[in-house]
Ligand binder design. Sequence first.
Ligand code: NAD
Length: 252
Amino acid sequence: MISLVLVGAAGRMGRAIAETTAVVPGFKVKACVDQALHVSELDGPEWGSDLSRFAAPGDVVVEFSTAAAAVQAAQVCAEKGAALISGTTGLTEAEEEAIRTAGRRVAVLRSANFSMGVLALRRALNAAIPVLATWDVEIVERHHRGKQDSPSGTAMLLAHEVAMRRGIPAAALRHGRQGRLGPRPADEIGVHALRGGSWVGDHTVLLAGAGEWIELRHVAQDRSAFAHGVLAAAGFVAKASPGFYTFDAVLS
Ligand code: NAD
């Protein structure tokens, strides 16, 4: 039985992970950490706002919260000897580095997207890019109106993977277009963020050539799409040596 400590437990992802854990054998939620008030249920996991009260060796801390809470969770995991799954997006490079640093002491797995479908989309895109070397690439993502960061971490991951495969700098990303910009440069990657309603997560990669185009699209209909991947990742880090891992490691 793998013990999970959920950070951001009262949030959209925290609640989805708790619901999925209840129906997947081999996992239990040991404790829930959040700043938001929550009425503890009888016989349910303990709630609190201080992760260091709960994290212990053998636990897997799962954080979907804020950038500051993600960095703090990484520090607590390194001190307490608990493994970490980190899913918060929109971190600065310094914050990303602080999380990677915890991987020197404990197993840390971080991903901008824990869905199997997005992993498959990334692999399909990586196969298409060398075949369609001169085609224009545009990425369109949609998320709910409450999302804090734009573009999504997943859109940035997809864009950076295309840029890396084409050998073009991250500066070649074009975030939206306005005004008299002239013809589209060949080495540009367009990234467009739409916000509204309750969209859970929708990513489309458009590849446009002369007289033809293709579209690779993933739609997360509900957050269980991420929660199942999170539990697979928790099973992985529970047995892994200290180090920094990405979601690709779970299925390799
Ligand atoms: P949310 O706002 O619904 O939930 C965040 C929760 O974190 C809130 O309940 C808040 O009270 C809590 N929180 C804030 N500061 C805290 C602290 N210091 N300690 C403990 N809890 C704290 O957000 P959400 O929709 O659940 O998303 C959370 C993050 O996960 C976002 O960055 C989002 O982009 C990301 N996300 C990642 C994936 C993925 O697959 N990697 C999937 C969905 C969402």
